[in-house]
Write a protein that binds this ligand. Structure first.
Ligand SMILES: [Fe+2]
Length: 457
């Protein structure tokens, strides 16, 4: 089962991938179109990057891996490595760099992208050799996904800094274009019963691009369990807050309580009590009434874990999450076959998953029943990232990909999240995709679903 190398998707040529890279770029540019040079530096915070740095870094990453590494070209700008190499430029020093203006940064991005596209036209198979066995298509695909991830980060940076909601041509307005409600209250969706058994966790070798941390599918034994068919809603989380959840030590781990005290947290970070009762939620630069049926968002791992203890529940392990999303029932357990998406093999569509900024926010937790998994779990792809109980670590036989800093430096002190959110690209997310953040992060688009403590009711 184990192999040492991911293969590029064979069905897409370098030229087709370069077109996809241009499409990813349009999204990135849309996300910053209205921001000033000052806004694109912003305050020095542990959880965000100055946006001028982030854009330059996206272009540098493409120059480094596609033009220099895969095609063997010389650097186009001697200074770029000292500014934009995330492995070499410490995070808290990025505000002190002599960063070019927004216009200059955009010009650098354009220059690099044009070169990539030109090269892909003139010699679509160029680039073999210097990549050490990974061909140019692999690095173009890596660059697309890297840009997608930064586009999501730019979106949460805008939320963190209280900037206006981005105006994107793809967004059809809140909830429009997706079914907002299936008419069932989240609590009534209840739990799915998963029979457990042997399960192949991770991605199998094959033609599809796979990140190093998903390599490779390996058998694990999962005990029978029950997992919520829907994510925890704002209404459910508000009950925990109103019940004094943030003041009751018994619901928190020692580390979680230390975080809670140091942050003086009383409720989710973007919530505010409304005079006269109820809650408001900050949505970019606007305060809106908390939507009871939407998933709780911007809670960190400690908050999710404390909620679970209060509710007499627990977070799913990542193997349980992936099994609930991708396995199919069979006599006495599950089939060996795994689905790439909860609904099957077809790529995401708007009626199955809230992705791609289409709704410019979350939809209600019981919406989009067409995207249910074989066990009836809803929205496992899209809407909100879901914290799992699992620490981020290597699968057996792990071997880092060419971009060595993608996974390995973060093993050990990060938690795994699954499923993607409304600002995740549909081309990036699949059932086995592993995201990872440190447990104190409340700024990312994360919520969670819970499991029952016992396998049978
Ligand atoms: Fe990056």
């Amino acid at each position: 089962m184990l192999s040492s190398m991911a293969e590029p998707a064979p069905e897409r040529s370098v030229m087709e991938l370069a077109t996809a890279l241009q499409e990813a770029r349009e999204r990135t540019l849309d996300l910053v179109a209205d921001l000033t040079d000052e806004q694109m530096i912003g305050p020095r915070l542990e959880i965000v990057n100055p946006l001028r740095w982030e854009l330059g870094h996206v272009a540098w990453f493409q120059e480094y891996w596609i033009l220099r590494h895969a095609r063997g070209e010389a650097p186009t700008w001697a200074e770029a490595d000292h500014l934009y190499d995330s492995a070499r430029v410490a995070h808290d020093t990025r505000w002190d760099l002599p960063l070019p203006s927004k216009a200059e940064t955009l010009a650098y991005m354009r220059r690099i992208l044009e070169r990539i596209v030109e090269g892909s036209r003139s010699s679509p198979s160029a680039g073999r050799g210097a990549g050490g066995g990974y061909d140019e298509a692999y690095f173009v695909q890596l660059a697309i996904f890297h840009e997608d991830m930064h586009a999501e980060a730019i979106t949460y940076t805008r939320q963190t800094l209280g900037y206006a909601r981005p105006r994107l041509s793809i967004a059809r307005g809140r909830g429009e274009g997706v079914e907002d409600r299936a008419g069932i209250s989240p609590a009534r969706l209840g739990d799915a019963e998963i029979p457990g058994g042997r399960f192949w966790l991770g991605s199998p070798p094959g033609p599809r691009f796979v990140f190093d941390n998903e390599q490779w599918a390996h058998p694990v034994t999962v005990r029978p369990f029950r997992i919520a068919r829907a994510a925890v809603s704002n209404e459910e989380f508000a009950q925990f807050v109103e019940d004094g959840g943030y003041r009751r030590r018994e619901f928190w781990t020692e580390e979680g309580w230390r975080w809670r005290e140091s942050a003086a947290a009383e409720h989710p970070v973007y919530w505010r009590r409304q005079s006269g009762g109820g809650w408001l939620r900050r949505d970019f630069d606007a305060w809106v009434p908390l939507e009871s049926r939407r998933p709780v968002l911007h809670v960190n791992w400690y908050e999710a874990d404390a909620y679970c203890r209060w509710a007499g529940r627990r977070l799913p392990a990542e193997a349980e999450w992936e099994m609930a999303a991708s396995a199919e029932p069979a006599a006495g357990g599950v089939t060996e076959r795994k689905r790439l998406y909860p609904w099957g093999e077809e790529p995401p569509t708007p009626d199955r998953a809230n992705l791609d900024w289409r709704s410019m926010g979350t939809v209600e937790v019981d919406a989009l029943p067409a995207g249910d998994s074989a066990f009836g779990c809803r929205q496992m792809i899209g809407n909100v990232w879901e914290w799992t109980a699992s620490d981020f670590g290597p699968y057996p036989g792990f071997s880092p990909g060419p971009y060595k800093e993608y996974s390995a430096p973060w093993f050990g002190n990060h938690k795994v999240l699954r499923g993607g959110c409304w600002a995740t690209r549909s081309g990036l997310i699949r059932n086995p995709y592993r995201n990872f953040y440190r447990p104190h992060r409340r700024d990312v688009w994360a919520g969670f679903r819970t499991c029952a403590l016992s396998p049978a009711p």
